[in-house]
Write a protein that binds this ligand. Structure first.
Ligand code: IPD
Ligand code: CA
Length: 267
């Protein structure tokens, strides 16, 4: 692996150690909501970890530009030679609740295509990562998506909580139809880790009707390198500069989710 990616993995691991240090008590006074939306929270740690990552990445790749959750991203920088798409804490609500299931997600895009992605869950000390063309890994172990039949598959659902009014009903109608066809459904509260669980074969599919690029950029590469398919809910290729729906799954489950959505979402 490129030496710079090895250093990046180390930096992302250090950011994860900071998450572990923070206690739930400390958090109470340090939470604010974004854009007047109660479900959309930011803590001082989101900002602190993002600043830490940006500073360290600039030392590794001085020409890097950043597309990150906790900053204003007015211009589309994602087509730059080195664009880092960062979610300093994916699963902020879990973090604030002391639910202990959150992660740090960092992707590097080269001219708009992901070439490196890492998602670190410090609570389990699990580093999922991929380099384009070199496979997907969990620590030292190569991972791949499952080949379970649909009837034994688990599908994770993302509830688009920041779009509850416009997407809540479609999300749950679709989740219900998917639930009828597979073995069971799950809701983890972090899109990035939900996608990595598909990549590792722990679950078989995932969908969410609205996600921002920092929620899925790193794990989209990890899934593709693990043999899975990532598209929007219509089955079309996704981009990395705007909010989009995301379906990520092992091939047979992907087909099932997209076909089910076609029936449910037109009603
Ligand atoms: C959120 C999480 C959540 C998903 C939301 C995301 P955040 O990211 O990934 O699981 O349902 O759509 O925005 O706010 O915790 O970084
Ligand atoms: Ca996020």
């Amino acid at each position: 692996m490129d030496k710079r990616f090895e250093i990046l993995l180390d930096v992302i691991g250090q950011a994860g150690s900071r998450l572990l240090e923070v206690s739930r008590i400390e958090l109470r006074d340090k939470v604010s909501s974004k854009g007047g939306d109660d479900a959309n929270m930011v803590t001082v740690y989101d900002v602190e970890i993002q600043n830490f990552l940006i500073e360290k990445i600039k030392q590794i790749i001085p020409s890097a530009v950043f597309f990150a959750e906790e900053q204003d991203n007015d211009k589309d920088v994602t087509k730059a030679e080195y664009c880092f798409v960062i979610d300093p804490i994916d699963g902020t609500t879990n973090f604030v609740h002391g639910y202990l299931h959150s992660c740090i997600s960092v992707a590097m895009l080269c001219f708009g295509k992901p070439v490196f992605g890492a998602v670190y869950n410090p609570y389990m000390d699990e580093m999922f990562y991929a380099v384009r063309g070199e496979g997907a890994y969990l620590g030292n172990r190569r991972i791949s998506v499952s080949d379970r039949p649909l009837s034994r598959s688990i599908v994770a659902v993302g509830t688009s909580p920041y779009n509850k009014q416009t997407m809540g009903s479609d999300t749950f109608r679709l989740a219900y139809e998917i639930y009828r066809g597979c073995s069971d459904v799950r809701r983890f509260g972090t899109a990035a880790l939900s996608l990595c669980y598909v990549a590792a074969g722990r679950t078989d599919g995932f969908f969410e009707l609205a996600l921002s690029p920092w929620d899925f950029a790193a794990s989209a590469l990890i899934i593709s390198e693990a043999g899975g398919i990532v598209t929007d809910i219509q089955g079309e290729e996704i981009g990395f500069s705007a909010v989009t729906s995301v379906v990520a799954a092992a091939p047979c489950v992907h087909k099932f989710i997209v076909e089910t959505a076609r029936g449910v979402l037109k009603q």
